[in-house]
Design a protein around this ligand. Structure first.
Ligand code: CP
Length: 329
């Protein structure tokens, strides 16, 4: 396996967005993820990163991302160090340049989650500019690329090649907190590149960044796929093979938190239930990156039902990130 990983030529590459990797490079990653998953299930050790260290800097909380990265590096024979700004000199103003240079002298990769709108991607980009080791996104305000890698692997496992499938990405109402827009943005960017038709449905105030929506359109043209935007919830479900209904904040429309929550509460009917699921194909998968706001975003009947693959999707975070680390570190 070492030889094919070396031949991929991805050692040292950053991963801040799937846009930075070619379709062939992404396919290399998916193939390795499937192999690592099969080996793990068969009890075959895959200690590809012995004595390597991954630094994980979390500006925001996490269940899946932290544990899948940390477990993944352990299974590869390396070591993950969990960091947060309050435990680092970032809290005293140490800048991205110094943090990047120092951690590069010790270990083999720096992974960062920083979702503050208007700040996160800028910070990750600055660290990547100064680090001499790969910088891996664990989610920023613009992209959540590892989530979308796991989503695609799950779709392919369940439905075969994604080409020609319809994926509905639908906004849902969940006012308990204002979520980032990085998941839907990453979905609409990558899925059409791999030939999946995407329908994105949201109320008008929940639009995504204009340049991302334009890039998604260009990606669809390049991938021989279709990308459309609707303001009708049901359009994401009708005749779909996969649906990912999830909440995000009206961040492009307003930065005002109270106004954001008011807008989220204005559309309580944007909730995934059995009636909406019945609009899709019989085999339609229900997916969600989690955490889900049960009862608001989705009924228990759907998320715990036979079409839901949310735990397979969460598990695949582990396998795609192991492939990502093995290829880049
Ligand atoms: N989906 C996801 O990124 O989950 P966490 O926020 O728990 O890491």
């Amino acid at each position: 396996m070492h030889d094919s990983i070396d031949a991929a030529g991805l050692k040292g590459r950053d991963f801040l967005s799937t846009q930075d990797w070619s379709v062939d490079e992404l396919e290399t990653l998916f193939a390795l993820a499937a192999r690592l998953k099969a080996d793990r299930k068969a009890g075959i050790p895959t200690r590809l990163l012995e004595d390597k260290t991954l630094y994980m800097i979390f500006f925001d909380s996490s269940t899946r991302t932290r544990n899948s990265f940390e477990t993944g590096i352990t299974q590869l024979g390396g070591h993950g160090i969990y960091l947060s700004p309050d435990k680092m000199q970032i809290s005293h103003g140490e800048n991205a340049r110094d943090t990047a240079n120092v951690l590069s002298r010790y270990g083999e990769a720096i992974a960062i989650r920083h979702c503050a709108f208007g700040e996160g991607n800028e910070y990750l980009t600055e660290v990547a500019e100064h680090a001499s080791v790969p910088v891996l996104s664990m989610q920023c305000d613009v992209y959540h690329p590892c989530q979308i890698l796991a989503d695609y692997l799950t779709i392919r496992e369940k439905l075969g090649s994604g080409r020609g499938l319809k994926l509905g990405v639908a906004w849902t109402s969940a006012p308990n907190y204002v979520r980032p827009i990085s998941v839907p943005q990453s979905l609409i960017l990558m899925m059409p590149r791999l030939g999946i038709d995407v329908t994105l449905a949201y109320p008008p105030e929940f639009r995504l960044l204009p340049d991302i929506e334009e890039q998604a359109q260009a990606n669809a043209a390049a991938g021989d796929a279709r990308f459309e935007i609707s303001h009708r919830f049901e359009d994401a479900f009708e005749d779909a093979d996969v649906v990912i209904p999830k909440s995000w904040g009206p961040l492009v429309h307003t930065r005002d938190h109270a106004e954001g929550v008011r807008l989220i509460e204005a559309y309580p009917d944007w909730r995934c239930d059995a009636n909406r699921m019945a609009l899709g194909k019989d085999h339609m998968l229900y997916m969600h990156p989690l955490p889900a706001d049960r009862g608001r975003e989705v009924t228990n009947e759907v998320i715990d039902g036979p079409q839901s693959v949310v735990y397979d999707e969460a598990e695949n975070r582990l396998h795609v990130q192991k492939a990502l680390m093995a290829l880049t570190m």
